[in-house]
Structure formats: structure tokens, C-alpha cells
Design a protein around this ligand. Sequence first.
Ligand SMILES: Cc1cc2nc3c(=O)[nH]c(=O)nc-3n(C[C@H](O)[C@H](O)[C@H](O)COP(=O)(O)O)c2cc1C
Length: 369
Amino acid sequence: MSKLFEPLRIGNFTLSNRITVAPMCQYSAVDGSMTDWHIMHLGSMATSGASMLVIEAAGVVPEGRITPQCVGLYSDANEEALTRVTKFVRGVSPIVLGIQLAHAGRKASSHRPWNGRGPLKPNEGAWQCEAPSAIALDNDWPVPHAMTRADMDRAKAAWVFAAKRAARAGMDFVEVHSTHGYLFSEFLSPLSNQRTDDYGGSLQNRMRWPLEVFRAMREVFPADKFMGAKISGSDFYDGGWTPDDAVVYAGELKKAGAAYVTVSGGGVRLDAKVPIGPGYQVPFAERVKRETGICAGAVGLITDPQQAEDILVKGQADFISLARVLLFNPRWPQHAAVTLGADAFYPPQYERGGPKLWAPGKTFGKWAA
Ligand SMILES: Cc1cc2nc3c(=O)[nH]c(=O)nc-3n(C[C@H](O)[C@H](O)[C@H](O)COP(=O)(O)O)c2cc1C
């Protein structure tokens, strides 16, 4: 029996296997509202055979979007567009469906990747970014506004309201984006947070606001649905966030009601040396899982079914989160099931694509044509 295809209980939900679709920005929204591209993309991911799908980072305020083309969940129109996507996905797949809520902090107001990623210029519609401290991401980037407590309260209210919208739009769960150098991650990392108030300095202080927001969201998000977070295992930078910090933060998130964390990393400094290679972030998930007992997802260059199986068999993670390999091959989970001798979901329209039904007579008896 393959471990990758064993069910997993998260909150009140049972995932049919341990393959989850990582959130992936598509930079294809209009005023924060998802479009037909999202129907195509998420429809494809939902019929992949994976058991859980995290919709891309959605800005809780317009200024919290990475690019002007990023998804948001701050307006009625955004909520309607998400509801349309939910209805579509539910019609094609039993996948457990949620959305990543996000605020890009000092990395907002950027170009999308295929337009160069850099900061927007004033004549390109740039907006003022905010962050825990007035420290620019890099030399060519604008200095963000250092958030006051009033700014933090305003942002917190937006996170909470977005969680309500996500529930109304039919999400099974929300994931709080707490890595990759965006706003929560900026509060957590000593490289981007140099505040001298109760929200800077010690680890306890740097975690204070993200945890406060998480708790406030958990209070309004329906108890029968679950919440999780994507966190950093490391900033991959001297003097930055460490795996030890990740263990403490994951433990606090668990106490605050997080049902899972996915452990990623990087993004706070553009000049960080990230040791990219197969499963390069798995050891972070392993420590978080072992030392806190929270349900932990591993992410980062997990591309091969046996590699994914081994991570789970060794107890390094509870589930696998896949991004790029699913863009490359959206049938990866179904192919992995064949490799590992297990079964995966196919929509009925695609059932005959499964190799088990390729032999003559296997499909509809004498109608097997
Ligand atoms: C096109 C693309 C968009 C992404 N958007 C997000 C996102 O919205 N939120 C997030 O947490 N990570 C995002 N990521 C990072 C992935 O979720 C994942 O953590 C990373 O790509 C490493 O996993 P992989 O090696 O399987 O791709 C994105 C990655 C890609 C390739």
C-alpha cells in the first residue's frame, strides 16, 4: 500500500491521498477578480487526482497584491468571481478546496514575471507599499511605509473580512501566506523587521502581529472548516529566520488553531543563496512535524513519485505540496498512482485514460471501442 495514496484527515475533512496542489499565482485577474484563465487552470488542477487544492495568493487589500494582475479577495466582485470558480470546481471534482490569503507587503506593486518582476514605476501605476519597517527589498526597490498600529489594525480587519468572504464563497479552508518575504514573513524575519515596539526585536515580538491576525481570522472562519499556513523554514540568509524559529512559530500557529502548515522558505532577501535541489526544504518540514506534531506539508522540488513516497514513509512530512511539476504535467498524481500501484481520482469523462482500463474488454464489455 502506497503511503502517498493513504487518506489524511485535516480538520473535519479527509483527503483521499497526500498530494496537494500548491498555490500558484497566475497573474491573470482583472481588478483582483478571477477570470476564465482561472477556470481553465483550476479545472485542470482539480481533475489531476490531487486531493487538496490551494488557490493562489489572494490579496486581502488591493495594495496587498503582488502585481495589478494578481487575485484579490477584497471586493464583492472578487467574491463573486471566486464563487463562480468554486461552483465550477465542485462540478468537476471532489477535491478539498481552499484559498491562500495574502498581503505582499514591500514586494507589492510589481510587474508580473513575464514583464520582468521589478517594481512598477509611478507612470506604470505604482502604489505605496507598507511593511513592518521602512526597509526596501533591494537597491532598485522603493522604501515601504512602516506600518503604525492603526495601519496594522486596518490590515487585520481586511484579513478577517477576507476570511469571511472565503467562507461565503464556499472554501473548505483558508491558508495564511506567511512566507516568501511577503507581509507576515516581513514581520517575522529580523532582516525586514527592525521595529522597536512590541512587534519587533525578540522572536515573540516579531510573531505577535501575525499570530494576532491568525487568531482573529480563526474566530470568524467557520469552525467546521479549517485553517492552515504556509511558513518559512529559513530565510537562507545570515542573521535571518531559522528552522528553530519555524518550529516555535508552527507550535504557536497550532495553538492558535492551525490544522496544518506547509514549510517553504526564502524570499525576504533577493540575494539569498537558496540551495535549490531535490526536496531542498523537506528537512524544515521534518523538524516542524517532529517537534510540534502539527500536520506538516513538504514543498520544493518534489518531482518524482518515489521521492514523494519516501518522504512520507520516512515520516518527514504528512503531505506533499506540488507546484511547478503540476504545471509541467497536470496528470502527475494519476501517473504517480500507476507507478506506485494505487488508485487516483479521474473525472468520469477521463476514466478510460487510466491504464487499468486499456486492456480490451475492460471498459464497457463488448462496447470497448
Ligand atoms: C507560477 C508559480 C506561482 C506561485 N505562486 C505562489 C503563491 O501564490 N503562493 C505561494 O505560497 N507560493 C507560490 N509559488 C511557490 C510554490 O507554491 C512552491 O512553494 C514553490 O514553487 C516550490 O515548489 P515546486 O518546486 O513544486 O515548484 C508559486 C510558484 C510558481 C511556480
